[in-house]
Design a protein. Sequence first.
Length: 327
Amino acid sequence: MQRLNDKPHIMILATGGTIAGVAQENTQDYTSGVLPIDTLLESLPKLQTLAHIHTKQICNIDSANMSDDIWLMLDSEIRATLADPLYSGVVITHGTDTMEESAFFVHLVSKSQKPIVFTGAMRHFYALDSDGGRNLYNALLVAIHSEAAGVMVCLNGAIFSALDVSKTHTLNLNAFSSPKPLGYIANDMVHFYTPPHPLPLQGYFHIESTCAFPRVDILYSYSNDGSSIAAKALFENGTKGLVIASSGAGSIHKEHKRTLIALMQQGLVVVISSRINQGRVQINKATLQEGFISAKHLNPQKARVLLMLALSQGMDRAKIAALYECL
């Protein structure tokens, strides 16, 4: 870590979320994305002891409303910031509901090895047990650490890679987990289990700020899932790719599968993920020969991000399948 009398410059890009949320008086309900980032920082003067902090409010939303346009703005701001030698890293405040998707998107498009740290909160900013201030402080500790690199998520004292982190609890402060955490923060000290290093597909895609992403949707698999109405309707209305949140390690109802095969013959690209939180998708050779692609260990929402970017580059099915094989 750099000495405090030689403080690094860090850019905070704010997008809203619970960390910027405010509750109505005498109620547990709250509204995400209310407070601007500069208001948050005024309440957290200790952050200024870590770095010269610069801020930019990209948006102020509930992360359920995250969009392609905001992702493109984030990518543009991250690239411009990290190309400037002044900056040592970027911290992004974000709602936790779709944080893993945004972080994975940035992982796939950002070529910089400077640290890019996503953080947020499970409690609104003025809650008695608010975790936002500590999470933001910890994210800054990670962003200025000499061994930090690439895209990370920092919440509840834990550090994760954007590649394999996911939200696994709806309400607990300990809401995020990963098969391979990168490290943790304790007593204001950052501890990496192993130094972060370039992970698969980091910065693989180059996109422009005017990029228009093809439509990719997710369908959930379940018992008696044989009508295929949703798959047909989505394809007829412009969907170019589908991710199936399958049961188990890649199972799809036989009637649904038959419809998907027919749609693939008309140009639809189908990736099979799983609705199970842990483990890899393993589909047999016959299913692969039918044209399906395995998402490997990516959950449906991350598998969708990768498929969307791959289709935006005009990749065919074979090249897209090879990308998932890298993971």
